[in-house]
Design a protein around this ligand. Sequence first.
Ligand SMILES: [Zn+2]
Length: 295
Amino acid sequence: MFKPYIYITLFHLLTVSVVIAEENDALVEKECTRIGSKLGSVNIQDCLDINLTATEGRSVKNAPILLKEYPPLQRRSPLGKVLLIGGIHGDEYSSVSIVFKWMRTLNQYHSGLFHWHILPLLNPDGLLRKKSQRMNENDVDLNRNFPMHDWENTALKHWIDITGRNERRYPGEKELSEPESSWLVDHINEYNPDVIVAVHAPHGIVDYDGPRNAPYKLGRLHLNLLGTYPGSLGNYAGIQRKIPVVTIELPYAGIMPTNKEINDIWRDMVRWLSENITEEAYIESQHNNQVAAPS
Ligand SMILES: [Zn+2]
């Protein structure tokens, strides 16, 4: 018997998915054009070729937060899930550009070793304004806006007493007051990463919060524990939630490392991830190192 409603439903479903795909493409094209026009090291076509997705995350000015997923492949189960984030601070150009370089590498060579979620630019408003700024559009430092118990006496007090109300470090009126940080926490809850890697500049070091072994060297960047600040991602995810957070601080905000250094940081990061991404990987690497050590 002819059931017209079935055909209508299917037709609607197809139409809806086509419209969603078209909307996504339009949003990504717009953002790639803006990012490619702003950053000397990212061109518009390279950005488009990566095939990013516009998430439901939105900035204060309604720019979509872009995501690229490199999913598990059929031939091997991944060692774990990595969340890689660039551009938390809008004036740290190199932190966005290097993530684009690494996405180009993964577009070519993703082997299924890890399951990746990559957010090249968490703070689009900070980067894509006429004069880029560290903070988001509400002048909040997103890397001080993450959950913290007793906000007034921790994050706010630290900002007033220790930074002397430095406007570049303003943590916001309350935790997760900002759409970008709030969406990121939702995303962490949903994706449940084993490790988070956040890229910043310009301290030229590696910082680390969380359980297991810190990476002592990535490329030419050496481990230097800067201490954790109330409301920072390292404090929230690394200390409070025990998700290892690797913070890569590139040496310059406006100058990219050499191609060799970009590749060296990547290689060392992949090696560290392989040995530390999960408790099991960590135990196994400890065992292997012991076996390999001369007696
Ligand atoms: Zn930063």
